[in-house]
Design a protein around this ligand. Structure first.
Ligand SMILES: Nc1ncnc2c1ncn2[C@@H]1O[C@H](COP(=O)(O)OP(=O)(O)O)[C@@H](O)[C@H]1O
Ligand SMILES: [Mg+2]
Length: 436
């Protein structure tokens, strides 16, 4: 047996001298906005292959291969938790949410009802028989099949008849085994989920939401919510008459951008601000505040469902991309949580959003040691949970004039990111100067 010696990461990290800037050595596995942001960050230099580093925007493949064989110095940071998949693999997310719901049921009905934000879901093939029973109880329902570990809409299809997945089972097995040849004869795991057939439509089109949550610690749980995000629209008008048409049913940008009439400049996105204004004009302030309150419940309950399972590690943080669907009753549904939300930009506006998102992530990770650690807002991130709910400061208002709800969350609200950062860093600088 070979016990590979642990590789030490982050050695010879320069001690910070008064007024001196410490050099932060980074690596980056992705060649998109995150690469740009890291390269442009003052004081940060890229490490070459084989060189030591202090910060790594790694991919989950690297994590799987290396995490158990390295020893990281105190200051080192990487962008995933060891077993992130407990939340970000579709089957495990549902399993963990079902367990939390059961636990809460024993305590109180109203608390467990707060977990009713994921559509009925089963894992295939392991739960095939329970699914068939459920299927028979709900005639005419549309179901959606999704491979548990793929993304960008790959491998997804909708069906109404059991026969469709029996055919798929045969086909699937065969295709699967041919594709993987000798490697493995395992059947690919899917989830089957109730298809939400009554999405909220704007201009006749379906959309879902991409929202960003940053977790900097699981024990205690510390989570930040980004104000900006977007609604992703499908290109074709919604109908249940053509359940085979991906352009109608899958809102992934990766799917929609292949549509024949897709226009990258127009894109198929609305900012969360645009959406909030639209919904408020249509339904009024109170109703929309309630929708956004449901949102908080989704973030917190989903994170709590894995809080005791995720291997907490002071070196790790995670920037999650939540996929959430609004239905025509203004109820929100969690579809999935992504560990590697797309960081490639579809146009200039999208690029600006992602650069801001990543800069603010790095501001919070704070390799530079600029923050006090007590901040409730950094750029567009608001601290939403810090071992308990974080409440808004008195008198805080959002773009729509009224005070927001009690919690310190401002999704889709007015954002003045650059000004806030300037103020924050200026006041930190003043404190330092005053302290001599
Ligand atoms: N249960 C569902 N009801 C309605 N639409 C769904 C459902 N599940 C997925 N979708 C649609 O399919 C898209 C892709 O599903 P998702 O679970 O996010 O998988 P992927 O990892 O491929 O992005 C979603 O963005 C949404 O538009
Ligand atoms: Mg998705």
């Amino acid at each position: 047996c070979t016990m590979s010696k642990n590789l030490r990461i982050g050695r010879s990290y320069q001690k910070k001298l008064a007024g001196d800037h410490r050099i932060i050595r980074f690596r980056c596995a992705l060649n998109n906005t995150i690469g740009d942001v890291l390269k442009q960050r003052p004081g940060w230099v890229e490490s070459k292959e084989g060189e030591d580093w202090d910060f790594y925007w790694c991919d989950i493949g690297w994590l799987r291969e290396n995490f158990d064989h390295i020893y990281m110095e105190e200051h080192v940071r990487i962008c995933h938790f060891r077993n992130h998949f407990e939340l970000t693999r579709k089957n495990l997310m549902v399993k963990n949410l079902k367990r939390l719901k059961k636990q809460l049921e024993r305590e109180s009905k109203s608390e467990s009802a707060k977990c009713d934000f994921f559509p009925m879901t089963y894992e295939l093939p392991s739960e095939y028989h329970i699914f068939v029973e459920e299927f028979k109880k709900n005639p005419g329902t549309v179901w959606i099949m999704k491979p548990i570990a793929k993304s960008q809409g790959k491998g997804i299809f909708l069906f109404r008849r059991l026969k469709d997945i029996i055919d798929w089972k045969k086909e699937g097995y065969r295709a699967n085994n041919e594709e993987r040849k000798e490697e493995t004869k395992d059947v690919e795991t899917y989830i089957v989920q109730r298809y939400l057939g009554n999405p909220y439509l704007i201009g006749g089109k379906k959309f879902d939401l991409r929202i960003y949550v940053l977790v900097t610690s699981y024990v205690p749980l510390k989570a930040w919510l980004y104000r900006d995000g977007f609604a992703r629209f499908s290109n074709a008008r919604f109908t249940l008459d053509s359940i085979d048409d991906s352009y109608v049913h899958l809102t992934n940008v990766a799917v929609q951008k292949t549509a024949p009439d897709y226009d990258p400049e127009k894109g198929c996105k609305w900012s969360l601000q645009q959406l909030r204004h639209y919904l408020t004009a249509k339904h009024g302030y109170e109703t929309v505040a309630n929708v956004y309150q449901q949102m908080n419940e989704i973030f917190i309950k989903s994170l709590q469902s894995v809080q005791k399972i995720i291997i907490n590690d002071k070196h790790c943080f995670e920037l999650y991309g939540y996929d959430i669907l609004l239905d025509s009753n203004l109820k929100l549904w969690l579809l999935e949580v992504n560990a590697s939300p797309s960081l490639t930009a579809s146009n200039q506006e999208d690029y600006d959003l992602k650069v801001g998102l990543l800069e603010d992530t790095l501001n919070i990770i704070d390799m530079e040691g600029s923050l006090t650690g007590n901040e409730k807002r950094v750029g567009n991130f608001d601290l939403m949970w810090n071992d308990g709910p974080v409440y808004a400061e008195d008198g805080s208002t959002d773009a729509l004039g009224g005070p927001s709800y009690a919690t310190n969350t401002y999704l889709g609200c007015h954002n003045d990111r650059k000004r806030q950062l300037n103020q924050l860093f200026r006041s930190l600088q003043n404190k330092k100067t005053a302290a001599g």
